[in-house]
Ligand binder design. Sequence first.
Ligand code: NAD
Length: 252
Amino acid sequence: MDLAAGFAGRHVLVTGASSGLGEHFARLVARCRARVTIGARRLDRLEALAADLAELGAPEVRAVELDVANPASVEAALAAAGPIDVLVNNAGISEGRPALDVTVDLYDAVVDTNLRGVWLLSTAAARAWREAGQGGVIVNIASILAFRVAGAVPVYAASKAAVAQLTAALGLEWARYGIRVNALAPGYIATDINSTFFETDAGQAMIKRIPMRRLGQPSDLDGAFLLLAGDASAWMTGTCIAVDGGHLVSSL
Ligand code: NAD
């Protein structure tokens, strides 16, 4: 089965698309000839990407201003995007410090972006799909920190565990509407955000704990992402797939 088949003409909305994995997923579905809407807080950061997506094969590209934590911004972005077929809840942030150094504002920012954002986008999209009498597909980008913990990311880990559980709960509730909700749980993927960390001794030690002994590249997620976003997963909902070089099964 060709996982890339079936995306032509479908409308995919990717949140947090201005960098890293979101940008990668937008390019991936553009190459599959999907219509793509990219959302981020700063529209100017999306302009160059929008042009690239059209060149890669997306027949229609929209860039919309979107703060996933803000209900009014979510409503406005979905209205500007028009009807979508696939929602990719990718936007996410991490506190990157021990629990005792996390302020209440930082806690709120992490939970609001990672959990409230998924909730706001998913419920708004599902309402629109139900009203239109059509199904839809949601792919949430969780993390292996939904299942295990590491230092200096306590709120992030808790928020991603909540995303995995929300994925299951919404998958259950919305199966009757033909709306499928699944999650991808990446392990450590090399993006601009973490490249300096992985050059340090601590970063190198972390890589040694990954059973496959290497960081993931964004393209390592492509198979599982296309599976969950496309028709090959037609009978899957409420699941969370880890793609992590075996990190979750590393020896205790
Ligand atoms: P990143 O920082 O490059 O991307 C996150 C994006 O979300 C950025 O473009 C940022 O501007 C956007 N964003 C943040 N807050 C937002 C808001 N309120 N509204 C709209 N957009 C907002 O990092 P990334 O590594 O590409 O992460 C993408 C997703 O993948 C995140 O959910 C992250 O938790 C998850 N993830 C990443 C890794 C990894 O190793 N890189 C591993 C597991 C999970």
